[in-house]
Design a protein around this ligand. Structure first.
Ligand code: FAD
Length: 402
């Protein structure tokens, strides 16, 4: 009998737990250690923050899902590893500490925002790293919208997260235009690089910028934030950008406590270093994938921190780990990037394809963005449940009031 313990039930960990739970022999055990009770698809956290997320249809309860899919959900937060004893140390919701023994440990705890130690960022910015942070952001935004007058929201970082958040907030504000008591929002999207989506092809950045300008989003390029205060930010040139609410969405890193955990190797962004097989460089029984892992590829580049990469690594590791339990060799994870889709509001998205040679945009591409979430749902819950949820969502959109 083998016990596989997976830590983190996000884009990577939940897919891995679901596939393994359904496929391993009955005597083997799959345990998913996750602090939350419900799974939310992280690329939609900006919708929770903007109050446009569907809580009924787009979440999943780990406990009951695990019972139906052959894994056990253990609610708790990993805090450390004792590698000699092959034990994971977990903090339970009631504050008690527990120890979980493993034969194979997979770490998939994702990443958090990197504020690059900017003074005041932690105290005065909102972050979209957890569902709780996203929910609490919506409470503040909802209250701001109800407070009337002209209000300002600063968003630092014009990568996918910042850009999607800015567009969603602009849409929400536009929908409230008919209400004379609702606040009018000015949205400042602040970026240190000379273009939005700085890691994407130039053409994609230009298309995205045009669309953001149509939404009246104020784009501030070549603007580096030096410090954050309670009601504004100061740039490295000494300019003050006032705001009522401020978000930090620039850059990611793995949490600080993960750095060299249990003596394992990690990089500057605290990500655990793994081989192409996804096994950690120093311990063949510990694996890492998703945003918390630094995964090398043949061309010398690292696998990017994207939902699509996390999903593909999970599907790969499920097969490879099942083989290992049966006495086979691990196989290398070769990542083929399928392009990138960035949603700008509910009816428009931009995408790169064919190694960035093709740029697509429009309503249909927005459906493609949803497809990535639906494929995740299919892997996790099966094609029947995914289809049922798509139909339920369509019907809800047609029949819901207002
Ligand atoms: C607003 C937003 C928009 C985004 N848009 C896109 C996009 O358009 N396209 C794209 O490809 N990517 C996008 N991303 C990035 C994408 O969400 C991540 O790349 C992806 O979710 C990484 O998957 P993961 O499994 O590594 O981590 P996650 O999905 O973050 O999952 C990590 C899980 O680990 C759990 N966890 C954390 N710490 C512990 C612990 N100590 N113990 C137990 N459990 C723990 C968390 O609760 C979480 O459930 C976006 C991200 C954000 C925030």
């Amino acid at each position: 009998m083998s016990r596989i313990v997976i830590v983190g039930g996000g884009a990577a960990g939940l897919e891995l737990a679901s596939i393994l739970g359904r496929s391993v022999n009955r005597q083997d055990e799959v345990i998913l250690v996750e602090g939350e009770t419900h799974h939310y698809w992280k690329p939609r956290f900006h919708e929770i923050a903007a109050g446009t997320f569907d809580n009924d249809l787009d979440t999943l309860c780990y406990f009951s899902h695990g019972a139906r899919n052959g894994y056990i959900h253990y609610q708790g937060w990993m805090t450390d590893i004792k590698r000699e004893e092959k034990q994971l140390i977990v903090s339970k919701p009631n504050g008690e500490t527990d120890f979980i023994t493993y034969d194979y440990l997979v770490i998939a705890i994702g990443a958090i925002s990197n504020d690059f130690a900017t003074q005041g960022a932690q105290e005065h910015c909102l972050f979209l790293d957890t569902p709780e942070q996203a929910r609490s952001s919506w409470l503040q935004i909802s209250s701001l919208l109800r407070s009337g007058y002209q209000r300002t929201i600063n968003i630092v970082g014009a990568g996918a997260t910042g850009l999607e958040l800015a567009a969603e907030l602009a849409k929400v504000s536009a929908r409230l235009e008919a209400n004379p008591h609702a606040a009018k929002l000015t949205i400042n999207l602040i970026e240190a690089a000379d273009r939005v989506l700085p890691n994407s092809p130039l053409k994609m950045s230009r298309q995205a910028q045009l669309m953001l300008e149509k939404y009246d989003i104020n784009i501030m390029l070549n603007t580096r934030i030096a410090s954050v205060e309670q009601l504004g930010m100061t740039t490295s040139d000494g300019l003050t950008i006032g705001a009522d609410i401020q978000f930090w969405a620039a850059g990611i890193k793995a949490p600080n406590w993960l750095k060299n955990i249990g003596g394992l190797e990690s990089n500057n962004a605290n990500q655990l270093m793994v081989n192409q097989t996804l096994a950690s460089t120093l311990d063949p029984n510990i694996f890492a994938l998703g945003d918390c892992a630094s995964i090398p590829q043949d061309d010398g580049l690292m696998v990017p921190p994207k939902a699509q990469a996390a999903n593909r690594a999970a599907v790969h590791l499920a097969k490879s780990l099942s083989g290992l339990i049966e006495g086979k060799q691990l196989t290398p994870f070769i990542y083929k990037d399928g392009g990138m889709v960035v949603a700008i509001g509910h009816n428009f998205a931009i995408s790169t394809m064919m190694n960035d040679k093709l740029i697509l945009k429009g309503r249909l591409v927005r459906r493609l963005y949803d497809t990535i979430f639906r494929l995740h749902q299919k892997t996790v819950s099966g094609v029947f449940t995914m289809s049922r949820l798509i139909i339920a969502k369509r019907l809800k959109c047609i029949f819901q009031p207002g």
